[in-house]
Design a protein around this ligand. Structure first.
Ligand code: XMP
Length: 511
């Protein structure tokens, strides 16, 4: 089954991915492509959206794609920079604004456009973020809405399904933004709303079957959401030909290896649990530098995985939980498209399993869509709602060298903290939480005895993607109870602190 597709041409706006997500929330499949790499199969897209940009259309290195095959041919919505671009090149005039236009504004309709503004009320709040403004509309432009400071806030081109808006419909603060996108895409462009998690599962399963046939596929499970959803999808498509490997690096949370392994087996996955704790600890012995620790963990993982993959015969494919943000080619602020995709050039030096053909069932979807697909597949909501956990695990939360005893201490502390968050109904309000074991001892007093023991730091942050984060204002009563419980129950710890640093300038992990 072929879905209607919407092409989003990216001019480098920080909000481009949000446009794609809003469109997909309307059950419409959308793809982001750089403005200067217009897909050759343009005919397969039903409509086109031009994104915003940090650039000015008047700049020397302005981004000026040739839209001949698009404008007037496909229904097109031009957003912010896109709206200015259309005006600048089609007989209008764009100039610097007298006042900077950032933030809230309210729409006044100039011409009643029943389809475009359907179910949107006069005065609707929109979000502006631009320093140039459209002084004169392009040839055949018809003004349809203004705001207090921006006369040409929305226009269309007479005789074409071409619309342009100066504000950002994709951001949360544009109250009716999603409605506006729906009006344009459904009422004006005639796009079908037929892309759902169910249809994604059905099509992906078929596509996997077609791609890998009867070949064997190997996949590394991490206990995280992406690899788990990828595994369940592949399992649905090829069943026992999927060989999953779940490695215990000895740096997982308390009891996590066994409980996640049981969960995987309960889901019917063909999974092999490999307890390589000792091997990882040996590789880490004496290492204090965070980068050296990370490298040792990464290298050991590859060795363990390669050993296990070699025990399987005739494996042709390596499956990965890569998701859409990892594969979108981003447009740099200077205009040159920069590929974010990493490719392996030096194939000769790679372990054997990395020379396998790659299958990535989630490469077209965003993280929140992975969760929705996971729910459709019947995966336990608790597993889908798990906080992110770094690949090197507790290894980058034990500052300094790592020993089995330190891992034990941190696992106990972490378990008390995480279970407490769950008991207090705070877990789902926090994006990520964990504990750090600090390389300092401090003096305390327990009973009448002097102690000289370890200090742990608790960290809980809110974030959307881990790129920026802020510490969570956890209730004092919760922190008090957690601190007491940790010091009373975990031998070797006599002090608990709470990390109140944001990212930037700090990072989420301490190493
Ligand atoms: P930072 O510490 O850079 O972390 O603010 C941002 C997010 O990335 C996770 N993280 C990692 N994940 N391997 C991973 O798989 C790593 O080496 C790694 N380092 C950090 C971190 O947990 C947070 O969610």
């Amino acid at each position: 089954m072929q879905h209607d597709k919407v092409l989003i041409l990216d001019f480098g706006s920080q909000y481009t991915q949000l446009i794609a997500r809003r469109v997909r929330e309307l059950n419409i499949y959308s793809e982001i492509h750089p403005f200067n790499k217009i897909p050759e199969d343009l005919a397969s897209y039903k409509s086109v959206i031009l994104s915003g940009s940090p650039n000015s259309v008047r700049g020397e290195d302005a981004l000026h794609p040739n839209l001949d095959g698009i404008r007037g041919v496909k229904p097109m919505l031009a957003v912010c920079y896109g709206a200015q671009y259309l005006a600048h090149f089609s007989g209008g005039n764009v100039a610097p604004s007298d006042t900077r236009e950032y933030g809230r504004a309210n729409l006044s309709f100039i011409k009643n456009d029943e389809e475009f503004f359907a179910n949107i009320n006069e005065g609707s709040q929109v979000w502006m973020s631009h320093s140039d403004t459209i002084k004169e509309l392009p040839t055949n432009g018809v003004l349809i809405a203004s705001t207090k400071d921006v006369t040409n806030a929305a226009y269309r081109i007479e005789g074409e399904a071409t619309y342009a808006i100066q504000f950002h419909p994709e951001v949360y603060h544009s109250t009716d933004g999603k409605q506006l996108l729906e009006n344009f895409l459904v009422k004006i462009a005639g796009v079908n709303q037929d892309w759902t998690p169910d249809s994604f599962v059905e099509e992906t399963v078929e596509a996997i079957q077609e791609k890998v046939g009867n070949d064997k596929v190997v996949l590394g499970l991490s206990g995280g959401v992406d690899s788990t959803v990828a595994a369940v999808l592949l399992n649905k498509a090829i069943g026992k030909n999927l060989y999953c490997i779940f490695v215990n690096n000895g740096l997982l949370r308390k009891n996590e290896f066994q409980s996640v392994l049981n969960q995987y087996e309960g889901m019917g996955l063909n999974v092999k649990g490999v307890d390589a704790s000792e091997r990882f600890l040996a590789a880490l012995a004496g290492l204090e530098d965070p980068e050296l620790k990370r490298k040792a963990i990464g290298k050991t993982f590859i060795e363990v995985f390669d050993d296990e993959a070699h025990k399987l015969t005739d494996v042709k494919w390596l499956a990965q939980g890569t998701i859409y943000p990892d594969v979108i080619e981003s447009v740099s602020a200077t205009g040159g498209p920069s590929a974010t995709i990493k490719s392996h050039h030096n194939v000769g030096g790679l372990p054997d399993f990395m020379k396998l053909k790659i299958v990535e069932p989630l490469r077209a979807i965003f993280k929140d869509e992975v969760r929705r697909v996971g729910a459709t597949l019947g995966i336990d909501p608790e597993l889908l709602g798990r906080h992110p956990f770094p690949g090197p695990g507790l290894g980058i939360r034990i500052l300094g060298d790592i020993t089995a005893e330190k891992v034990r201490i941190l696992q106990e502390v972490d378990a008390i903290f995480i279970n407490g968050l769950k008991e207090w109904g705070l877990y789902d309000k926090v994006w990520q939480a964990g504990a750090m074991l600090l390389p300092v001892n401090s003096v305390g007093v327990m009973g009448d005895e002097r102690t000289y023991e370890k200090c742990v730091a608790l960290r809980a942050v809110e974030s959307t993607d881990g790129m920026t984060a802020d510490w969570v204002n956890l209730p004092y009563e919760f922190l008090q109870k957690t601190s007491n419980e940790i010091i009373n129950k975990v031998k070797g710890v006599n002090r608990v602190v709470y990390d109140i640093s944001s990212k930037p300038p700090a990072t989420i992990e301490w190493e």
